[in-house]
Design a protein around this ligand. Structure first.
Ligand code: URA
Length: 434
């Protein structure tokens, strides 16, 4: 087989066979196929797309390119939740303790923030002492003992994805449906879960800006997960405005704690409860999503979900005192308000740019080696649909370096549009795909 022929076949709209996909995947991962040929194939895939069969084969090739986690030592039903990435999305820190408090095991591998999106690992690391790099045996022991643990993807999982993602990033081929599906699902399938719930974001803060694209992405991922024998559900949720009020690492942990204490922003609570219900339903905890939601609500109201989060933090070496009293996180040394330039309603928030404003304050990273500032970020005081008066505060910025304020404020102000009429309400959950 020659890589030249594989590229030409895809360029001309042909369907690649399993052997051709494996030939490319194995050759690229072991360095026999050079970047320039891989880049040419990626661009051909970008333009020509892939059939469901091809996408599934590429996904399985990503999964099989590295180590696979063995969760057979974990007793009970194992579930995972994955978000396609957003701004202010702290749902993992809420959903994981809720479902674990109801007996579902969650051995979760999470990512770090990159670009405008945040990552659960960075957020959890703002808790003093919290370790996200446990060895596998300790991780499994922690899950068996308290029901859940969340660590970073430090092991050699899906090296094909690491190489391909880096190449996509510099060849304008990130936003290709089969490439996104194989990247996300290849990594998810390398873990050993029974049920997977996908939170597929849609809108200006997500990879998929239109509902139509998000539905296609969700359907493709659900279908591939089922082929691999998993129970799957995707919830398409709104990311045309940030989720909750907090954007930034410790700020988001504190807001997640608020929800676990049965208070906090309504949109975050709602999406967290729906995702929890979806996991509980797939895991067979009750016969309908509505019944599962009641279980999840009860877990929050009774305090068992909060207790579970505390147990999880303790077993991962973190100091639970600061989730009992988030004031112990401390405050960024500098804060500044952004005020409204005119009266009216907030009609739109370019959510990707709000993520960038938070990054500019120090809460995110441009390259994987950047160090995040745990206390930096934004508190959004007004969101899409809220009325504002001229001069009223829109958001509060936090940073350790006051020189960062000017640029972050400029980006934030550009991202928020006001008008003279209230915008039509947008649903938080657009669709559920089973
Ligand atoms: N997240 C991933 O892991 N991969 C993609 O391609 C897009 C989002």
């Amino acid at each position: 087989m020659r890589m030249y022929d594989v590229i030409r076949k895809k360029r001309d709209g042909g369907e690649l066979t399993r052997d051709e996909i494996r030939y490319f995947a194995e050759g690229y991962v072991n360095g026999e196929i050079p970047d320039y040929q891989a880049a040419a194939l990626l661009m051909a895939i970008f333009y020509r797309g892939m059939s469901e069969e091809e996408t599934a084969e590429l996904t399985f090739a990503v999964r099989d390119s590295g180590e696979r986690l063995d969760f057979s030592g974990i007793s009970g039903i194992r579930a995972d939740k994955h978000s396609t990435g957003g701004v202010g999305d702290k749902t993992s820190m809420i959903v994981v303790p809720i479902v674990a408090s109801l007996g579902i095991k969650v051995a979760k591998l999470s990512g770090r923030g990159l670009g405008h999106t945040g990552g659960t690992v960075d957020k959890l690391e703002s808790i003093p002492g919290f370790r996200t790099d446990m060895p596998e045996e300790e991780f499994i022991r922690a899950v068996n003992q308290v029901g859940a643990a969340i660590i970073g993807q430090t092991r050699d999982i899906a090296p094909l994805d690491k190489k391909l993602y880096a190449l996509r990033d510099v060849t304008a081929t990130v936003d290709s449906l089969p490439l996104i599906v194989s990247s996300i699902m290849g990594k998810k399938l390398a873990a050993d879960d029974d049920c997977i719930v996908l939170d597929v974001k849609t809108g200006s803060g997500s990879f998929m800006k239109t509902l139509e694209d998000s539905v296609q992405l969700a359907e493709a991922m659900v279908s591939i997960g089922k082929r691999a024998g998993k129970k799957m559900m995707a919830v398409i949720t709104d990311m045309d405005r940030p989720l909750g009020h907090a954007v930034g690492n410790a700020l988001e942990v504190a807001e997640a704690v608020d929800i676990l204490k049965d208070r906090g922003p309504e949109d975050l609570r709602e999406i967290s409860l729906i995702l929890s219900s979806a996991i509980l339903y797939l895991a067979g905890k009750a016969g309908s999503m509505d019944e599962c939601r009641l279980l999840a609500e009860d877990a929050v109201r009774s305090g068992i979900a909060f207790q579970k989060f505390e147990d999880m933090i303790r077993i991962q070496g973190g100091d639970p005192a600061c989730i009992r009293d988030p004031a112990l996180f401390g405050k960024a040394p500098y804060e500044k308000e952004i005020t409204a330039a005119s009266s009216g309603w907030i009609t739109h928030m370019n959510t990707e740019d709000i993520g960038k404003a938070s990054l500019l304050l120090g809460a995110g990273r441009n390259t994987i080696s950047d160090v995040v500032d745990p206390l930096a970020g934004l508190m959004l005081l007004k969101k899409t649909g809220d009325p504002v008066e001229k001069g009223e505060p829109l958001a509060r910025m936090y940073t350790s370096d006051p020189e960062r304020f000017a640029k972050a404020e400029e980006v934030y102000v550009q991202a928020v549009r006001t008008g003279q009429e209230a915008p039509a309400p947008v649903p938080l959950v657009h669709r559920i795909i089973t």
